[in-house]
Write a protein that binds this ligand. Structure first.
Ligand code: NA7
Length: 532
């Protein structure tokens, strides 16, 4: 079956839903979205692991393009849990009447640009074809699960799961010995919840990680009312802050603050909890000396919480600056190691070698487990795009154009791939920003661009190769003005996937500057793009 459209959107998470709404209801396009899952939700549809919760506070983790939506929805907790986010996205999808234009259970297998007709031909696993003038990918940054290729996994007699492909019916850990590999944001959220149920939890840690308490609480009625009354101001704040959050980064510098005062500031931030910890000082991510003060504070906290000195030493032996990798926030993560049924295994000094029929084998021991949980992250940012098998003008594949790392203009368009837009693509703030804010900015820009083309009777838009060269250089330069590339094993750099080129992928110049750049490009008639 072939369906002809003005535009096809791939994905029905936060990004795809808003893109569908914008193109359909604001521009009046004939548009559909296709989605691999059986429902809306994207990342939150797949990541149902125990403890899955957003690290952005609920009053900034939603759509803000509609005051009506903001006033009608009420979050129940400081940080929204996975189930509540799913309820929210279903509420939004129903309210905007989106589901009738989303084809679920539909996985895209390839997308090819046909030069003669100037149309994208998109094929699905079910054998369907969509032919569309515009193709917008809204596939998320963290949707391609990374299961390390440990030999022997197929022989494992127990059950194993990746956190990003969690069974909808849940997993019962009662009476089970569980081995969990990975201590990123996911493992840090999951460990306390699994430990509370399992007979024993063994955590396999390769890189020790910082974490700050989230201090999640139910929201009181006064705050809920405040959010309703200040919807507009909340949106404005998220547009003014570096990372699209609801809090501002303090002006003061850690290096200029006397140690005693600095300690009090960190202590207060630790008590308040959340990602705001990194906003304590403006120099935290640009000066190693400043960062060391934060790193030292968190390491001392870890050692004060964890009672067993050997475990405490392993957990606090952190080799990268604070927040150079995505900083997790947690509920009782370090406290979990004080439970009698939890143990930590260092797989940095003694790496995992294989999986046996009965468990996980490291260089010096075998750990028998009934269930393995892979909290091993994702082929981030480029992975979700590459698995679409996109082929542009002249039969050139995206995988070849990006063989040495992602190359695009504004994180939005790739040279040689006309009328293809990538929402929160590499080279845009995306994962360094509160995602819904980054998503709304991209969708608004893309929609305005398509609207402009229609008004002017233009057929195609394509990033110019020289704009791509400049943009790639700028993204790289901005990253290297920060400490972010110092976490040499982070997924920001693609370093978690063996063989993946090491290029710092997100735009580190902040959302405000990025928004201004995109607006200026549009105002100058889409400078740097070729329009025909
Ligand atoms: P992350 O942050 O990529 O964490 C994955 C974890 O898994 C991390 O601790 C890895 O250690 C570990 N890992 C990966 N491969 C292996 C192997 N082969 N052996 C041992 N350990 C391994 O993914 P998350 O799902 O936690 O978080 C992703 C994002 O989702 C998060 O940042 C938020 O933005 C939301 P490593 O550090 O590579 O040594």
């Amino acid at each position: 079956m072939t369906t002809e459209l003005d535009a096809l959107v791939i994905g029905a998470g936060f990004a795809g839903m808003y893109q569908l709404y914008s193109l359909r209801d604001r521009l009046g396009l004939n548009v559909k979205a296709v989605e691999a899952g059986a429902g809306v939700g994207g990342t939150w549809y797949w990541n149902r692991y125990p403890g899955a919760r957003c690290d952005s506070e609920s009053h900034v983790y939603w759509y803000t393009f509609s005051e009506e939506l903001m006033k009608e929805w009420e979050w129940s907790e400081r940080y929204p849990g996975q189930a509540e986010i799913m309820r929210y996205l279903n509420f939004a999808a129903d309210k905007l009447d989106l589901k009738k234009d989303i084809q679920f259970n539909t996985r895209v297998t390839s997308a090819r640009y046909d030069e003669a007709s100037k149309r994208w031909h998109v094929s699905t696993e079910g054998g369907e074809t969509f032919v569309a003038k515009f193709l917008v990918t809204a596939v998320g940054c963290l949707s391609t699960a990374n299961v390390p290729k440990f030999p022997g996994l197929e022989s494992f007699k127990g059950d194993w799961y990746h956190t990003g492909q969690w069974p909808h019916e849940g997993v019962d850990f009662t009476g089970k010995r569980v081995g969990m590999i990975g201590t990123g944001s996911t493992g840090i959220q999951a460990a306390p919840v699994i430990a509370a149920q399992a007979k024993h939890l063994t955590v396999f840690q390769r890189t020790a990680n910082y974490s700050v308490p989230a201090r999640n609480v139910p929201l009181d009625p006064a705050f809920k009312q405040y959010v309703k009354d200040h919807a507009r101001e909340i949106r404005a704040t998220t547009h003014e802050t570096l990372n699209g959050m609801g809090f501002k980064i303090e002006d003061r510098k850690a290096v200029d603050t006397p140690p005693e005062e600095r300690e009090k500031i960190y202590e207060a931030a630790w008590e308040r909890g959340g990602l705001q910890f990194r906003a304590s000082f403006q120099d935290m991510l640009i000066s190693k000396e400043a960062n060391d003060t934060a790193a030292d504070f968190v390491k001392r906290k870890i050692r004060s919480i964890v009672k067993d000195p050997k475990t405490a030493a392993l957990l606090s032996d952190i080799d990268h600056p604070y927040a150079a990798k995505r900083p997790p926030i947690d509920t009782d993560y370090f406290e979990t190691y004080n439970r009698a049924n939890v143990s930590l295994v260092d797989v940095k000094s003694k790496p995992i070698q294989r999986i046996s029929e009965t468990g996980i084998v490291t260089e010096d021991a075998e750990y028998s487990v009934d269930i393995i949980v892979f909290a091993t992250g994702f082929d981030a940012m480029t992975g979700p795009l590459q698995r679409l098998n996109i082929v542009g003008r002249g039969g050139v594949a995206l995988k070849d154009v990006w063989s040495e790392g992602p190359r695009n203009y504004l994180g939005l368009q790739v040279a040689g791939f006309p009328n293809l837009f990538t929402v929160t693509g590499p080279g845009s703030p995306s994962v360094l920003c509160n995602m819904p804010v980054a998503i709304e900015q991209h969708v608004d820009w893309i929609s305005a661009c398509i609207g402009h083309m229609r008004t002017k009777g233009l057929e195609t838009i394509e990033a110019r190769p020289e704009s791509v060269d400049k943009w790639v250089a700028e993204v790289n330069e901005l990253a290297h003005k920060t400490l972010l590339p110092m976490a040499t094993h982070s997924w920001y750099l693609g370093a978690n996937i063996p063989g993946k080129p090491r290029v710092f992928m997100p735009y580190a110049g902040g959302m405000v500057r990025y928004r201004e750049t995109c607006d200026a490009v549009a105002a100058k008639g889409y400078e740097g793009f070729a329009l025909a």
